[in-house]
Design a protein around this ligand. Structure first.
Ligand SMILES: Cc1cc2nc3c(=O)[nH]c(=O)nc-3n(C[C@H](O)[C@H](O)[C@H](O)COP(=O)(O)OP(=O)(O)OC[C@H]3O[C@@H](n4cnc5c(N)ncnc54)[C@H](O)[C@@H]3O)c2cc1C
Length: 395
């Protein structure tokens, strides 16, 4: 039995554990055997896989059944993230970003009409929303976007560029964070708009040269005088930054799950290999220095998995605070990155071959450290609450 199955079982109810198992089976049967081929041919997640994930209901997990969704919660999405990222973080992030960054802000901030217009198609995987926060000149410092929304008769006109937009290739709409009131209070200057990707003036292109999440689409999207109506505003006017940061709380939990999926794979792979590989007359797993790494991975997986699941339950009850999501994302991504590197080292040269699997996870873990708020920028925010007397002086 995989270690993650053993460790997860006591943390969730039976129905949830079966959901985890069924997605894990899908990943093992339909994703794992094809991964290398897709990666070596530089393909994105094939359309057939996206539609199968749609048929399984993965895109509609938190959507109420009145809109055709699964009526689930964040915990269901997290279980999907753990099971898919065990094999491929870049496959996992496809439904992960579509739901945590695309559907969740609509569920939370959308009007009744916006929900009626979009949720049934989003639940079925016929539409996908992508999250347009980052820009070439606005990464960690995202509160004041350079994409501008100029007020005109009957709506707004958007100009500027978003980048690093996950799922851009498949997105029907981009939720665009744009400046609407440059002279407003910090954090109250921007507004979110739901913009169809095929609207006149919107130009998407896939970002080139990316060495992580190879199967995931990452686009840059330019807006050349794109007209949007007031009905396409998501949330409050000048309340766009709140929409974005609230959404990132859920996104960070998902990223933490993706990191733990990678750690879980590395643990099983390494346990298997060090018991088979022989040097100096026996299995390399008999060396205590090798055992230490296996043990460290198991401890980290157990500790972080139970922390994450506990926080996700709090998120679903509405009692998790923002800092906790940042902390668990920071810790899971850091610990998993370090330990997967250690795992590669104790497996030796074979670990750098793509077919061995560890190198994929080591590369993809980079995104968990930088994406959805770079760890170090988040650490700066957390330090402010730890050192309140000098918070204004902290850099
Ligand atoms: C594969 C991938 C997919 C992504 N998907 C999306 C998406 O779907 N939508 C979206 O909007 N964005 C997306 N992003 C963008 C991601 O959120 C940003 O990369 C992240 O916010 C950091 O911004 P930056 O890369 O511009 O780094 P910068 O902001 O330039 O920061 C660089 C580094 O400076 C340091 N730093 C910055 N600020 C501070 C601070 N305050 N304190 C301490 N150190 C600091 C950190 O070490 C940080 O890593 C994606 C990124 C990647 C790599």
């Amino acid at each position: 039995m995989n270690r993650i199955d053993t460790l997860l079982k006591p943390l969730v109810d039976e129905e949830r554990f079966s959901l985890f198992e069924s997605i894990a089976r899908f990943a093992e049967d339909e994703i794992a055997p094809n991964l290398l081929g897709w990666e070596r041919s530089k393909s994105l997640v094939p359309d057939g896989v996206i539609s199968k994930m749609g048929d399984m209901g993965l895109f509609g997990l938190p959507i109420p059944d009145e809109y055709g969704g699964q009526d689930g919660q964040m915990i269901d999405l997290i279980l999907a993230g753990l099971s898919l990222s065990y094999w491929s973080p870049s496959v996992a992030i496809t439904p992960g970003a579509a739901v945590s960054l695309g559907i969740n802000p609509l569920l939370r901030f959308g009007t009744d009409q916006q929900k009626k217009d979009h949720l049934p198609d989003l639940a079925a995987g016929r539409r996908m929303f992508a999250f347009g926060l980052s820009e070439p000149g606005r990464g960690s410092d995202a509160a004041n976007p350079q994409v501008g929304a100029e007020k005109v008769e009957g709506g707004y006109v958007l100009r500027g560029e978003k980048c690093w937009t996950t799922n851009a290739a498949w997105a029907s709409h981009i939720v665009v964070h744009a400046m609407t009131d440059p002279s407003g209070r910090n954090g109250h200057r921007s507004t979110c708009f739901i913009v169809p990707r095929d609207r006149e003036g919107v130009a998407y292109q896939e970002m080139e040269g990316k060495t992580v999440w190879p199967l995931s689409s990452t686009g840059s999207v330019a807006f050349d005088s794109v007209k949007v109506s007031e009905d396409e505003i998501l949330g409050d006017i000048h309340g766009g930054f709140r929409v974005m940061v609230t959404t990132l709380n859920g996104g960070r939990l998902f990223v933490a799950a993706v990191a733990l999926g990678s750690l879980a794979f590395a643990l099983d792979k390494t346990r298997g290999y060090v018991q088979e590989r022989e040097q100096f007359g026996g299995a390399i797993g008999r060396f205590q220095r090798v055992q230490d790494v296996v043990l460290e991975m198991d401890l980290a997986l157990e500790r972080n998995l139970s922390w994450l699941i506990q926080l996700v339950h709090a998120y679903d009850k509405g009692t998790m605070d923002r800092e906790q999501a940042a902390k668990v994302k920071i810790d899971c991504s850091r610990v998993a990155s370090t330990l997967v590197q250690d795992a590669m080292e104790i497996c030796g040269g074979v670990a750098c071959l793509d077919e061995f699997g560890l190198a994929r996870h080591a590369a993809d873990l980079f995104v968990t450290r930088v994406g959805e708020g770079s760890n170090r920028a988040l650490m700066s925010q957390i330090s402010r609450s730890l050192l309140p007397d000098i918070a204004d002086e902290l850099q």
